[in-house]
Design a protein around this ligand. Sequence first.
Ligand code: GLN
Length: 434
Amino acid sequence: MNLEQLNQEYHCFNIIQDLQEKEEGKLKGLKISVKDSICVKDMESAAGSKMLEGYKPVFHATAVQKVLNEGATIIGKTSQDCFGFGSFSMNTGIGFSQPLNPIDKTRVTGGSSGGSACLTKLADFDHVSFGESTGGSIACPAAYCGVVGFTPTYGRISRYGLIDYGNSLDKLGLIAKTVKQCAEVLEIVAGHDEKDSTSIDAPVDQYTKFLNKDIKGLKIGIIKESLQEGIESEVKAAFELTINKLKDKGAIVEEVSLPLTFKYGISVYYLIAMCEASTNLAKLCGIRYGAEEKPEGNFNEYFSKVRSENFNEEAKRRIILGTFARMSGFRDAYYIKAAKIRTLIINEYKELFKNYDVLVSPTMPNVAPKIEDVKKLTPLQNYMMDVLVCGPNLAGLPHISIPVGEQTLPIGFMIMGDHLQESKIIQVASEVEK
Ligand code: GLN
């Protein structure tokens, strides 16, 4: 397959560039594409933004280094929503093209790891993509493009070398054609990293052992709220068909409820994500970091100019909202309150995991929407699309989206596990995949 041609048609890459450091290893022959927000040494890594145009890291992200050590080849940086801000990959940075859905070019890929999911669907070679999820950016595009999207427990894969969106939420994860590929690469990239203070120091399972393992007797909870209003009928039908298959295989399936998560999840997620994003972007002011301009005027004039010209509208919106919500006088009412409710949401999931091995829901309430329809959405309507994916991300839970059903446009089935229970979701996912 000619990657240049493919990119001209679908815009899934920001940069096509090969890098191999070792010939031998467990991942020999595997090609890995990397979301633009993940650092690859000497390869422009701009998180899809004009602000970081030309930035070439002097180091590899830990996950990148680990796959290179095992003989994998990096093939380039994939396109994304600028800084990870978006659910459709339509919020690309100034000067970047948006990726197109690999099944229907009039539709979106989902976001923010849209380029990764698009390329994964189209690749006719052994390939896995590194994606990133703060609030659903792996599961969403995987569902819309018909591929497997795996997001680990927060801290299970090192964040070292990931350009921050929201530090308490960001996870590096995997997009692949099969669950097996995810399990194989996860075994390599998971694990403690002293360069990331939030990385978990716990043993890494042999995830591949859980592929094709019997699911008889496993307890699965269907999240009731995920099937209520706003869900497209074909998504519901494909979901229910999969549930019946799982029951046939001997799983015990019951309905469960997450009232708090569904009532407050979106608001809490966007408050926390924007607060963290606004602090992270503060350093990009054209002095030490970020685009540079001709030094003119005083400091305020200079950095206002740099930030006005190089941030797109959505980044500016998030900087303003996030800064407001953590400002003195407002932080108790917004940021602190959101952080407290986040803890209650985590507890709500934890209660369910006392009785259930995994929880399931559709990944997205719809099939990939048309580009023209997304253009008509208000920012709030955009944010609401994350209703099913923001919960597990807020709680730092591992989750996987698997394509299900036989319809032309892909539909994602999402499996969520308790912290560090990646093996269980791989076990159930490999059954769903059959
Ligand atoms: N759609 C969410 C947002 O815009 C998720 C982004 C992400 O996971 N990077 O914040």
